[in-house]
Design a protein around this ligand. Structure first.
Ligand code: ZN
Length: 225
């Protein structure tokens, strides 16, 4: 809940805004004899006031509860927004931690017929130059080669961070780091193997330092750039 002074200010701003909207409505939109050109212009102004309402409404916690309208909708007593309607914008504090969304994991054992049906979150943000992507979905049937082949895609939560040409994807069973070497042709084969499978002289090409404890339990790794 905002502070008392914020509440009072917000209430006042809503009052002024609704007054302006009513004024435009009563004097230009719902009044007879207004020339078409003028009515059009004020319809535009009304739209813009509507947008101001939407943005101002983001500050409202609906702290005084809801009231029922004649058409049986529940609307906030302060900002007039309908209860439970999805917002198109987010309001984030300029300072401090920004919170968007909740930590969501796959939530069904079912295999859905399409990816769209299985999707729970597919969202991304560009944050001070870094790119973050969150993709959470339940299991679904994926089709290949003009629908001739079908495989079940497992339920997954994948978080991908892209920074400075490097991509780090964290999912339930793997952590993938892609260095995206410039100038490397796509046609070239990529190989993979456990460290213990590689010869010492080949291992020397990789600038990787493992972290581990006394019992040689793997704790992490550092890649030198
Ligand atoms: Zn409200």
């Amino acid at each position: 809940m905002p502070k008392e002074t914020d509440n009072a200010r917000l209430k006042k701003e809503f009052k002024r805004l609704f007054k302006s909207m009513d004024f435009v409505c009563d004097n230009y939109l719902n009044k007879e004899g207004v020339p078409d050109k003028e009515r059009e212009m004020f319809a535009d102004i009304y739209q813009q006031l509507g947008q101001a309402w939407e943005f101002l409404g983001l500050q409202c916690d609906h702290w005084e509860g809801y009231k029922r309208t004649r058409d049986k909708k529940e609307v906030c007593k302060i900002c007039g927004k309908v209860k439970g309607v999805e917002e198109h914008y987010l309001l984030l504090p300029a300072k401090g931690t920004k919170v968007i969304g909740r930590h969501i994991k796959p939530n069904s054992k079912k295999t859905f017929p399409t990816k769209a049906d299985a999707e729970l979150v597919k969202d991304s943000i560009r944050f001070h130059g870094a790119h973050l992507d969150v993709d959470v979905h339940n299991s679904y049937k994926a089709k290949f080669l003009k629908d001739k082949h079908e495989i079940n895609m497992a339920a997954e939560r994948i978080v991908t961070l892209k920074e400075d040409g490097i991509e780090c994807a964290i999912s339930e069973h793997t952590i993938d780091i892609d260095m995206k070497k410039p100038g490397r042709s796509r046609a070239k084969q990529t190989y993979g193997g456990f460290a213990h499978e590689l010869r010492k002289k080949d291992l020397k090409h990789f600038p990787v330092i493992f972290s581990f404890d006394d019992d040689y339990r793997f704790l992490g790794l550092t890649i030198l750039r």
